[in-house]
Ligand binder design. Structure first.
Ligand SMILES: C[S@@+](CC[C@H](N)C(=O)[O-])C[C@H]1O[C@@H](n2cnc3c(N)ncnc32)[C@H](O)[C@@H]1O
Length: 248
């Protein structure tokens, strides 16, 4: 049996279901490339030493170590930060295990997507598509955040932007993300990401950070560290507006 276990955005968000899955497992694997994971928390519940898997182990090797544990009849856990299935490619691990006849249970965790909407006072009813702000690869910028925000804004929807993970595993700081968005504006020129564009910055949630209602120019000049998300609000309702003013 394989359990995909989400342990939430930071220390202290482990659910009872997650704790039980960790305690009952014969093999505990974790990955920390889709979000920062508090290893001491995993160790507190697991009865075996957790084994770190890289993106390559999971995406190119199809999680072979996990399958080996399952094939010996063991109960395996793959623990991730946040929710194990939101904004990750772990559905492939689920599919690979099920194809081999193993049962799989997903133990949902508090996702940064939910946590950021809550901390940022924004209604999930108006959440449009989600995108990731990435560093240019080979000098080329992904235009996805721009295109998506443009569509969402036309529909009055909020745009939640996750931020890139660097090669060394560290998280893109918000100032770099704002700089990328302003550069996309320079390339596209449709007025989607202007310096004065209002933005909700949610940084290091669960790790002593918080939420701030600000704009892209101020984020670009800030020294907040990642991990973080930036939400570009759509049309605000009066309650959202009132609550956001408390985050200034
Ligand atoms: C690829 S997403 C994975 C989301 C995760 N599966 C979840 O459901 O929470 C990872 C991104 O979420 C954001 N993130 C993760 N943890 C965060 C935190 N504690 N506070 C703010 N943003 C966070 C960062 O933008 C990071 O690059």
């Amino acid at each position: 049996m394989l359990y995909l276990v989400g342990v939430g955005p930071g220390p202290g968000y482990v659910t009872e279901a997650a704790a039980k899955a960790l305690a009952d497992a014969d093999c505990v694997f974790y990955e920390d490339y889709t979000g920062p994971l508090h290893l001491e928390t995993i160790r507190r519940y697991a009865k075996t030493e957790p084994i770190r898997l890289t993106r390559r182990d999971l995406e190119d090797e199809s999680g072979r170590a996990i399958l080996q544990c399952l094939e010996k009849g063991g109960r395996a856990v793959l623990a991730t930060a946040g929710d194990p299935m939101l904004a990750t490619a772990h559905a492939a691990v689920v599919a690979a295990a099920r194809r081999r006849g193993h049962r799989v249970e997903v133990v949902p965790g508090v996702s940064i997507i939910c946590a950021a909407m809550s901390a940022g006072c924004l209604s999930v009813y108006k959440l449009g598509g989600v995108a990731t702000v990435t560093y240019p690869r080979g000098g080329v910028y992904s235009r996805r955040p721009y295109e998506l925000a443009e569509q969402n804004i036309k529909r009055g929807m909020h745009t939640l932007l996750l931020l890139d993970v660097k090669e060394d595993g560290s998280f893109m700081p918000p100032r770099d993300a704002a700089a990328v968005l302003l550069e996309l504006e320079r390339l596209e020129g449709k007025g989607v990401f202007k310096p004065e564009t209002p933005a909700v910055l949610v940084h290091r949630l669960g790790w002593g950070g918080g939420a701030k209602y600000t704009n892209l120019a101020q984020i670009a000049a800030s020294d907040y560290e990642g991990p973080a998300v930036i939400i570009i609000p759509g049309v605000l309702g009066p309650v959202e507006e009132e609550c956001l003013q408390t985050l200034r």
